[in-house]
Design a protein around this ligand. Structure first.
Ligand code: FE2
Length: 325
């Protein structure tokens, strides 16, 4: 493979910067990128243009290439490198071996598949199966969440669901009603680690009875993107009370504010939905968007390869000097 992230010279007939096309969707977020072949060298100038497009549009769509896990990891290098998936630890604790479907030999790679251990499609497996995946940002329940996520379609159902939607959280923050914007100022949320994106408890966790039982890091309700300087809402994921409570509010106040924030942040006016084709690669920015997946037809296989882009500690919108602008 001729992959050469960052160090290539523009001497081939492919991947020329002048052939790069960024086509924004007619939607509040995302763009399709044309003129890039991941299997050919990527020059520094092209890599820079791709990263800028990622900052500008938050979700990039590339078509037509099923990448190996090594190739997927090489793409992460253009966007800041890779980061291990937290779910890997849960699966290893639950007894899954390295190299199994649930624990890739590459720490940053996760197979998002609805196959069971026998290779048949099912509604529920040890991962998220075919279930609907509620609105969330990846791994927000970690101290340093991944900056972004790559998802590459290897096996897809035919008209079988699994559409992925993205909600622009820059716009959501900007459009907050004045009173809600004021209420969340200086507020922080506990990001419950105990549940998967389908809402099911992870192996080894019990439902929390009180705030003291909730395990997970504290993040501000709005963050600043280090690449764009813009503020975005940062909600993580929803769970049954007291999951994901607001530190500075009492129980009733926390539940009411979170209810309002979720209803606001996922409105269709902030959303773009992608219907997958084989070989599609989406690269999204967890600091700027949330995402959601519809249920998959459990009678048809769906296998996606995911890689996480290395993140940085969350920059609070409440303490950074940028926040005063
Ligand atoms: Fe996700």
């Amino acid at each position: 493979m001729g992959f050469n992230c960052g160090g290539g010279v523009e001497k081939t007939m492919v991947n020329r910067l002048r052939d790069l096309e960024i086509v924004p969707h007619e939607a509040p977020v995302g763009a399709e990128v044309r003129g890039v072949d991941w299997l050919e060298p990527i020059s520094e100038s092209l890599a820079e243009a791709l990263k800028q497009a990622w900052f500008d549009h938050s979700v990039l769509l590339f078509r037509g290439r099923k990448l190996s896990d090594q190739e997927l990891l090489a793409v992460t290098e253009l966007f800041g490198g890779s980061q291990a998936a937290k779910s890997r630890e849960f699966y290893m604790k639950a007894g899954f071996a390295v190299g199994s479907d649930r624990v890739s030999k590459f720490p940053a790679i996760t197979l998002i598949s609805n196959l069971d251990d026998d290779g048949r499609p099912v509604m529920k497996n040890a991962s998220v199966g075919s279930l609907e995946l509620n609105w969330h940002t990846d791994n927000s329940y970690t101290e340093v969440p991944p900056a972004g996520t790559l998802l590459n379609a290897h096996i897809l159902p035919v008209d079988g669901g699994g559409d992925t939607s993205f909600a622009n959280q820059y716009l959501a923050y900007e459009a907050l009603p004045d009173d809600l914007k004021e209420i969340i100022q200086d507020k922080h949320q506990c990001h419950d680690i105990s549940r998967s994106t389908s809402g099911t408890l992870r192996p080894g966790f019990q439902p929390a009875a009180s705030r003291d039982d909730v395990e997970g890091p504290i993040h501000p309700l709005a963050r600043i993107h280090p690449g764009t300087g813009k503020k975005a809402l940062y909600l993580g994921r929803q769970g049954p009370w007291p999951s994901s409570y607001i530190l500075e509010l009492d129980d009733a106040g926390s539940q009411e504010v979170m209810r309002r924030l979720w209803a606001h942040a996922t409105q269709p006016k902030f959303v773009w939905t992608h219907k997958w084709a084989l070989g599609d690669l989406l690269i999204w920015d967890n600091r700027a968007v949330m995402h959601h997946r519809t249920q998959v037809d459990p009678n048809q296989a769906r296998v996606m390869h995911r890689a996480l882009i290395k993140g940085e500690p969350v920059i609070s919108a409440w303490t950074s000097p940028v926040a005063t602008q």
